[in-house]
Design a protein around this ligand. Structure first.
Ligand code: ADP
Ligand code: ADP
Ligand code: ZN
Length: 208
């Protein structure tokens, strides 16, 4: 059985960047609710479309997200889960449907998060993350991996970023405390270079 890894952190902490590398290194699925929701933004649910929540930086209703995660984890032989759980009720649901081998929290200060998110650019074809200052592509606006066009996510504007960070403080910070209280949380300094962060994260996974 592949490793079951939960990567926690605020928006912009580097979850996507590290998850991609973990999925390759440990040959597990990258399960990310953000990407899954973006791929189904206009799906009609009884609560409205995911887009209507995501544009405002609010959480998409638990029922919608829980369903996505359950299906994805059922199909996976090992995974790195990124972007979920984002509140205590999702954390409870996750406990019902799976066991975790490692729970890692990427800790990054708020000022740094804002700079990372507003400077983030993503490939419109393959989803790879870049940054206008910290992780520049070889050619501006073009993906190193696949040649796709780099775009700014519509929720990476300063105003929506502030809202997402306040949603994090209110809803997701308690999730981190919950795993800390259970004694399973390992904290990693997310302000190091991406390579250094990966080394620390991989050490935790290797010990799990
Ligand atoms: P980031 O990587 O910057 O934290 P994500 O791609 O994970 O952003 O999430 C983008 C948006 O998708 C969130 O602001 C939220 O609206 C929605 N979303 C993602 N995951 C969840 C979740 N587990 N529960 C509710 N909403 C979610
Ligand atoms: P998350 O998935 O947690 O929202 P991302 O992995 O998308 O975070 O990273 C957010 C932005 O910060 C991206 O533009 C990414 O290139 C950049 N980034 C990721 N890790 C680091 C790091 N260790 N140092 C500086 N910038 C980083
Ligand atoms: Zn690409």
């Amino acid at each position: 059985m592949g490793k079951r890894i939960l990567l926690l952190g605020a928006p912009g902490a580097g979850k996507g960047t590290q998850s991609k590398r973990l999925a390759e290194e440990y040959d597990v699925e990258h399960v990310t609710t953000g990407d899954a929701l973006r791929a189904n933004k206009d799906m009609e649910t009884e609560y409205g479309t995911p887009r209507s929540f995501m544009e405002k930086g609010e959480l998409v209703p638990d029922a919608v997200v829980n369903e996505i995660v359950k299906a994805a984890l059922e199909d996976a032989d090992g995974y790195v889960l990124d972007g979920y759980p984002r509140n205590l009720s999702q954390a409870e649901y996750l406990t019902e449907i799976t066991n975790l081998d490692a729970v890692i929290y990427l800790n990054v200060a708020e000022d740094e998060l804002v700079e990372r998110l507003t400077g983030r650019r993503v490939c419109s074809e393959c989803g790879t993350n870049f940054h206008v200052k910290f992780n520049q592509p070889e050619e501006a606006g073009v993906c190193d991996e696949c040649g796709g066009e780099l775009i700014q996510r519509d929720d990476d504007t300063e105003e929506t970023v502030r809202e997402r960070l306040s949603v994090f403080d209110e809803n997701t910070a308690p999730v981190i405390e919950h795993y800390r209280d259970e004694g399973v949380l390992v904290e990693v300094d997310g302000e190091q270079t991406p390579d250094e962060v990966f080394e620390d994260v991989a050490d935790v996974v290797d010990d799990a």
